[in-house]
Write a protein that binds this ligand. Sequence first.
Ligand SMILES: Nc1ncnc2c1ncn2[C@@H]1O[C@H](COP(=O)(O)OP(=O)(O)OP(=O)(O)O)[C@@H](O)[C@H]1O
Ligand SMILES: [Mg+2]
Length: 241
Amino acid sequence: MTGTAAEAEVVPLLELAGVRAGYGAIEVLHGVDLALRPGSLLALLGPNGGGKSTAMRVCAGLHPATGGELRFAGRKVNGISAQDAAKLGVCSIPEGRGVFPNLTVRENLWAATGTGARLADLEEKAYGRFPILGKRRDQLAGSMSGGEQQMLALSRALGTDPAVLLLDELSMGLAPMIVTRMYDTVAELVEEGLSVLVAEQFARAVLPIADTAALMLNGRVVATGAPAEIEGRMAGDYLGG
Ligand SMILES: Nc1ncnc2c1ncn2[C@@H]1O[C@H](COP(=O)(O)OP(=O)(O)OP(=O)(O)O)[C@@H](O)[C@H]1O
Ligand SMILES: [Mg+2]
């Protein structure tokens, strides 16, 4: 690993600078700073209600910023629609997964072809990465285990060949062993060059594969740094272990 000066000069692929956002009259992000370097994994950690999901939605163009700047590759893109964010290569898996329970695995993949990907390619990639999905191709997604549904959600997201993947609470409702397995896959994707922003309450699951971690409390990022450093700053009950 090299780094330091050269690393600091890299233009972040995705960046929030002093971002404010809220719901109606209530502001919940009070000036959030986050920078996702290309080909890295940034873990956004912190307790319930801190604003992680809201920040992720701002990044995906799903929620407006009322202040500050949202930047993509150094360019200000405030007000971008989710569709245009997707065209820039930003893809998100929302909290609670993103699969259609009443569609089969295959139909779920087909529904991800809207962006121009071919079903055959999506299936090949999905079943190659997760052979169990191939066995379940004609099964309704809603009847599969949480882990299998998350594999499908990930496969759908990757079908669009994103540059940036936003993952919100990948671990939710999954057994620890499955969580580890899913994050191993995410680590492989980062190795292949994908840039990933992960929001997690279950910090222990993601810290080992993160390049950088940010701690979010009450609508502010209060610390950003090396995973070990941030882990040290977190109170035991935020570790989710
Ligand atoms: N749709 C909404 N309408 C009104 N308030 C909301 C809405 N969604 C979230 N909030 C509020 O915004 C604040 C931040 O919530 P957010 O979901 O972004 O936090 P989080 O860090 O993702 O929490 P969790 O760890 O529970 O997922 C909370 O106070 C929450 O109650
Ligand atoms: Mg959340």
